[in-house]
Design a binder for this molecule. Structure first.
Ligand SMILES: Nc1ncnc2c1ncn2[C@@H]1O[C@H](COP(=O)(O)OP(=O)(O)OP(=O)(O)O)[C@@H](O)[C@H]1O
Ligand SMILES: [Mg+2]
Length: 138
């Protein structure tokens, strides 16, 4: 898939909303990008595209937020996850295959991701509000 250049948070959300139409309901989507890159914005648009009306924010303290749209959606923030033990204790592996998983800070759980993961890289550019979004594995 070609890189998408987003010029605003709204464009990032709309891009994710459109992308959601390709999903079958059991995908694992790993989100990569620095603080404030737009991972949650992407998650918000994707959830909206799947019919979620709840507000979507970073599940930093909860580790995982669940939404019900066309499919169950599990939105993780792995910022504080450091080990397989941590992953096990949040029941991470039980979620696989049971809904769409959206994973912020996937860098921290790289070794635990299955081969068929969809990777979404969101990178800032020198231009304010511009982001380059690259989707791999889809
Ligand atoms: N093109 C853009 N796409 C997405 N967000 C943008 C864009 N331009 C500016 N922003 C701003 O960048 C911020 C992105 O915040 P968001 O919470 O989505 O980032 P995040 O990657 O989830 O950060 P964190 O690691 O803290 O969870 C918002 O304040 C948003 O308004
Ligand atoms: Mg976030």
């Amino acid at each position: 898939m070609d890189d998408f250049i987003s010029q605003s948070v709204e464009q990032t959300e709309e891009f994710a909303e459109d992308f959601s139409k390709n999903l079958d309901g059991d995908e694992i989507i790993a989100l990569y990008g620095e603080l404030g890159a737009g991972k949650t914005a992407f998650a918000r648009g994707l959830a909206k595209g799947l019919g979620v009306e709840d507000s979507v924010s970073s599940p930093t303290f909860a580790i995982v937020n669940e939404y019900q749209g066309d499919y169950p959606i599990y939105h993780f923030d792995m910022y504080r996850i450091e080990s397989w033990n941590d992953l096990d204790s949040i029941g991470f592996f039980d979620y696989i295959g049971n809904g769409v998983m959206l994973i912020e800070w996937s860098e921290n759980i790289e070794g635990a991701l299955p081969d068929d993961v969809i990777k979404v890289h969101i990178n800032k550019t020198p231009i304010e509000n511009e982001r380059i979004i690259r989707i791999e594995g889809f």
